[in-house]
Design a protein around this ligand. Structure first.
Ligand code: F6R
Length: 364
């Protein structure tokens, strides 16, 4: 059942190229997106003036990425919120808004409650859901199914990757409907999405390099992930993967925030992982990493092929293929999943069933 892999998590990491491709193909017709199965017509989309993304855990981290991508491409304001906060906040919702609930299981109690809260207020809801027929899928006005297939490992990998794809598809379609991109740009984005499965596959093929580095971090006490913009959102996911399966305390920081407090935690040898996929922010994050280094930090850099000068700064560099920077999360998350996995394995932990955690959180 693990198809020759030692753990479900590694099997599911390897299933990502296919899961991403399947999800993409499910909405692609003749080179354009067709969201009729989802139930969102171009006319429906045209009316949307505000988007709220509500989710828990990794699905919330997808929302953080989606916020950047949707706002940048479609120019629609997006608010991202933890479902457990949204449900009790008495949110003020725009009546032309769309509430997107992202959930692998479709059964997460807080996410379901948030969905009901939105529906009660008469706001249109869309579920990005993996499990067919789950509560969120049944109750949402519209459903965009991710085609990740069953995910067994408690730590999500392939479901997260497919949720990202669904978010990009919505962002691109909204951008077109709202007149923010022309046909040519639209097709270029669609074509770029199609290249992601192969690029993900290539990163996974290089896994031994991450394994070698990760195995040396098994005794780490704290790990910090730093980045800006979309890279900060990736850091949130990398940090969660690390803590949930390797039991190492880790934090994700918006790189510019370090000097407002956290940098005092950097000691000799503390591992700081910088994520740098956004060229406009590259130099800014590098300078934050240099600041960490001068306080004794040991640095890992995760960036795009070509940025080889990162090796002047970091102790260990790992590279991902080039893609449109809006979609870089889909690639950058892979080495971070592998890091969490291999640190957990090096520590001899139960990778697929970390202590105190359940796959589906059906109570609040
Ligand atoms: C982390 C993880 C969790 C889930 C969260 C939401 O690896 O899997 O943080 O992302 O519990 O679950 P769903 O997506 O089922 O609503």
């Amino acid at each position: 059942e693990k198809a020759g892999f030692e753990h479900f998590m590694m099997k599911e990491i390897h299933e990502q190229p296919k899961a991403v491709l399947d999800t993409l193909n499910s909405v692609l017709k003749n080179g354009a997106f067709d969201l009729s199965e989802v139930g969102l017509s171009d006319e429906d989309m045209e009316k949307i003036s505000q988007i709220y993304i509500v989710a828990c855990g990794s699905a919330y981290h997808v929302g953080m990425v989606a916020q950047y991508v949707i706002e940048d491409l479609a120019k629609i304001p997006v608010r991202v919120e933890l479902a457990s906060e949204f449900r009790y906040r008495k949110p003020l919702l725009d009546k032309n808004g769309l509430v997107i609930v992202v959930s692998q299981s479709g059964e997460t109690a807080d996410s379901l409650a948030a969905l009901r809260e939105a529906k009660e207020k008469g706001i249109r809801t869309l579920g990005i859901v993996n499990v067919v027929g789950s509560s969120i899928a049944r109750e949402a006005d519209n459903v965009f199914y991710t085609l990740a297939g069953p995910e067994i490992s408690v730590a999500t990998t392939k479901a997260y990757s497919t949720q990202l794809i669904a978010s990009y598809v919505l962002a691109i379609q909204l951008a077109k409907v709202k007149g923010q991109i022309d046909e040519e740009q639209y097709s270029a984005y669609v074509e770029e999405l199609k290249t992601l499965p192969e690029k993900i596959k290539k990163i996974i093929e290089d896994k031994e390099r991450i394994q070698w580095f990760a195995a040396k971090q098994a005794n780490a006490k704290d790990i910090f992930f730093v980045g800006r913009g979309i890279d900060y959102a990736i850091c949130m996911e990398g940090s969660l993967k690390m803590k949930e399966i390797s039991y190492i305390h880790s934090e994700a920081y918006a790189a510019g925030e370090l000097k407002h407090g956290t940098i005092s935690l950097i000691e000799d040898g503390t591992l700081v992982i910088g994520v740098l996929t956004q060229s406009e922010l590259y130099e800014k994050t590098i300078s934050n990493m240099v600041e960490c280094k001068s306080r004794g930090a040991y640095l890992m850099g995760l960036t795009t092929y070509g940025n080889y000068n990162i090796e002047d700064t970091v102790n260990f560099a790992t590279y991902i293929p080039k893609t449109d920077e809006h979609f870089a999360t889909s690639l950058a998350v892979i080495p971070l999943q592998l890091m969490g996995y291999y640190v957990s394995v090096a520590k001899g932990l139960d990778v697929d069933k970390p202590r105190n955690l359940a796959k589906s959180v059906t109570v609040e």
